[in-house]
Design a protein around this ligand. Structure first.
Ligand code: GLU
Ligand code: MG
Length: 654
């Protein structure tokens, strides 16, 4: 989830006097880094996934499920292997990192995947093994699920069971969330929680619209008196599920994919091209319909996380006239990006950007071009929440810590990532961040490979999906609606458009034209599977790309399974996890059609999910019928054949 350096963390009050200094030096660090590495060229298209998992504990006797707050203990054991490998000089199969919740762990492949198409065949096997390795460390009644837990914040939701203590400032005075449910093995998570509350001037308020079922009272006003007094619950809105802690959002799980680009230009270009795709993936991956044990009127975590880290003051939120704050800011620091960053995309930047003139000027004086300077300056309207007393003074030539502390707490749908100063093997990257994590490894591999294939296809055909950036914001809202795949239309480019101004390495040279007006509303099915006499569909474009590449039989088979699956999710033939979960709840005998998803239902839901995720049970409605040929390694013969093909096609091109 971001920077994990250590030291003595400053409180919000202690941070204030250092904010300007941190920002000034963060910008200086970025400028230095940019110029040192801007001409870095020729990095391979490497990529990798990140999956966040929830550790669950069943109480079979009482038919209750809790999250098991053992992440720290598990991580110690999982990371021990990394230390041994470092000593022996052997490769890691996975890397494990902490996440916000004391019950969460985040896993990535040990090494990034490379440019060979055959890599697509080893993703799922790595995900499977990753899960098995965690499961081996679990106790009898525990399991590891790649989901966002539906009962976060209900009484007794953690194991060990620690009640929330609203007098505890470290727990941000939540009436639902105990401090112990935050990962305390690293100070980052508690700091962020406290300092977000400090900056905002009150605890966060998350109000998710309740799903109005036949027996749901209307207006729906929850009696919260058992949790706290009127002061503790004053932000609770009628007809909403109320939550008051960062964990309700950041304690949700996702699937992210990071790509390394050939150079900085390609990274900036990809950032832009993938941005309009983010809402499409959010809708297609919808997996989170229940919050605090209640059916909500949305299918995804996005706005909930956004509100859970919303550190804007009342003035910044436009609720009081500006006096002490500089701007009214439309979005929380977790939300969709406000601007494209590749020079030729700026015609599509139609959202007014707030930024500090001094910071912007510092970037311009540091020879950062205008679009990038605006992006960075706009990110820097956010204050740092993690400042360590010992680490304020830094060598700006060598460190990028002050830059990173702000960059890594701007949680947007896409992230543009400069190479780290101390890892010469890593180049310019972009991260694709909206996808909701899926229940099974097959699905996660399918979404991950789909996004990577999309990238390869876009680069190879130099296609452009740009639209005014405000439309992406609009699409993100639509993507979260119930069954958005079927119920919503999305603004999208009408036909196929080639990008005339793709970076040089993509062989583009022409000047950028005026922004295209060729945008219409399309369903997810039309965007993914194509429209008669219109947009051909992302899947058929990917298939065309694959036809032009040399792909071994097994990999092609696996990719086909993934594409078929995504295609069927887009038509609705296969349900999203959100849809499937709603159906499960609605047909459960203990459900009273009053939006309340009680312990018994959640217990049965988790048991079913566990069975499906482990392969014990197969669910056609959720997964369709598939047989992936995923394998643990690329065989030497396949590797040799593909490498040979690449070399000969390069020779032909010269
Ligand atoms: N868990 C967050 C999400 O679901 C992401 C945290 C991170 O940036 O790793 O979007
Ligand atoms: Mg994470």
């Amino acid at each position: 989830m971001g920077l994990l350096t250590k030291g003595s963390p400053l409180t919000w009050a202690e941070t204030i006097p250092h904010i300007e200094y941190i920002k000034k030096h963060g910008i200086k660090q970025f400028i230095n880094l940019y110029h040192r590495l801007k001409s870095r060229h020729g990095d391979q298209l490497k990529w990798g996934d990140e999956i966040e998992y929830t550790i669950i504990k069943f109480d079979h006797e009482n038919k209750k499920v809790r999250v098991s707050c053992r992440a720290e203990e598990l991580l110690n054991r999982l990371q021990a292997e990394e230390q041994v490998n470092a000593m022996l000089g052997t490769a890691n199969r996975f890397l494990w990192r902490p996440e916000f919740g004391a019950y969460m762990i985040e896993g990535t492949p040990g090494m990034p995947y490379g440019g060979l198409i055959a890599c697509f065949n080893i993703v799922e096997a790595n995900m499977k093994l990753r899960r098995e390795v965690v499961k081996k460390l679990l106790k009898k009644d525990e399991t590891c699920l790649s989901i966002s837990f539906p009962s976060l914040g209900v009484p007794g939701f953690t194991f060990p069971d620690v009640p929330a203590d609203k007098t505890n400032d470290d727990a941000a005075n939540s009436i639902f969330w105990p401090e112990q449910a935050v990962f305390l093995g690293h100070p980052r998570f508690k700091n962020l929680t406290k300092n977000i509350k400090g900056r905002r001037g009150s605890k966060v308020a998350i109000n998710v619209p309740i799903f109005k079922d036949t027996n749901t009272p209307s207006p729906y006003v929850e009696d919260l008196s058992a949790f706290g007094g009127p002061d503790d619950t004053r932000d609770a809105k009628p007809d909403h599920i109320y939550m008051d802690h960062m964990g309700f959002g950041m304690g949700c799980c996702c699937l992210q994919v990071t790509f390394q680009a050939v150079n900085v230009d390609e990274a900036r270009w990809l950032y832009d091209q993938l941005t309009p795709i983010t809402p499409i993936l959010l809708a297609l991956s919808a997996a989170t319909p229940i919050f605090r044990g209640k059916l909500s009127n949305v299918d995804s975590r996005w706005d909930i996380i956004s509100a859970s880290v919303d550190d804007r003051t009342l003035e910044e939120r436009g609720l009081e006239p500006l006096k002490n704050s500089k701007w009214v800011i439309d979005k929380s620091r977790y939300d969709s990006t406000d601007c494209y960053i590749y020079p030729c995309s700026v015609g599509y930047n139609d959202i007014p950007l707030q930024y500090d003139e001094t910071i912007y000027q510092q970037l311009i004086d540091g020879n950062i071009d205008e679009p990038l300077a605006k992006h960075i300056a706009h990110m820097f309207i956010r204050d740092p929440h993690q400042v360590f007393r010992e680490r304020i003074e830094q060598d700006d030539e060598k460190s990028s810590e002050h830059f990173e502390t702000i960059q890594s707490s701007n949680w947007m749908n896409m992230r543009f990532k400069p190479p780290p100063p101390d890892a010469p093997e890593i180049g310019w990257r972009v991260e694709f961040r909206p996808t909701e994590v899926q229940l099974t490894d097959f699905e996660n591999a399918a979404y991950c490979c789909f996004v990577v294939l999309l990238t390869r296809m876009i680069i190879s055909f130099r296609l452009t999906y740009l639209m005014p950036i405000s439309m992406v914001t609009e699409n993100m809202k639509r993507a979260q609606q119930i069954d958005a795949v079927l119920s919503q239309k999305f603004l999208f480019r009408k036909g196929l458009a080639e990008c005339k101004s793709a970076p040089e390495n993509l062989k583009g040279s022409e000047k950028c034209g005026p922004p295209s007006q060729d945008i219409e509303e399309m369903s997810i099915d039309e965007i993914i599977n194509g429209k008669k006499n219109g947009f051909p569909g992302l899947i058929s474009l990917i298939r065309q790309f694959l036809d032009s590449a040399d792909v071994d039989v097994d990999t092609r088979c696996t990719i086909s399974q993934y594409l078929n699956f995504i295609s069927k999710r887009a038509t609705g033939e296969i349900s999203t996890l959100a849809h499937w979960t709603r159906e499960f709840v609605q047909s459960h005998p203990a459900y009273k059609h009053d939006s309340d998803v009680n312990d018994t239902i959640v217990y049965d839901l988790m048991k079913k999910m566990d069975a499906i995720s482990s392969g014990e049970d197969h669910c056609d409605k959720l997964l369709g019928c598939y047989r992936s040929k995923t394998d643990h390694a690329i065989s030497a013969a396949v590797r040799k054949a593909e490498e040979h093909m690449i070399v000969s096609s390069q020779k032909r091109a010269h």
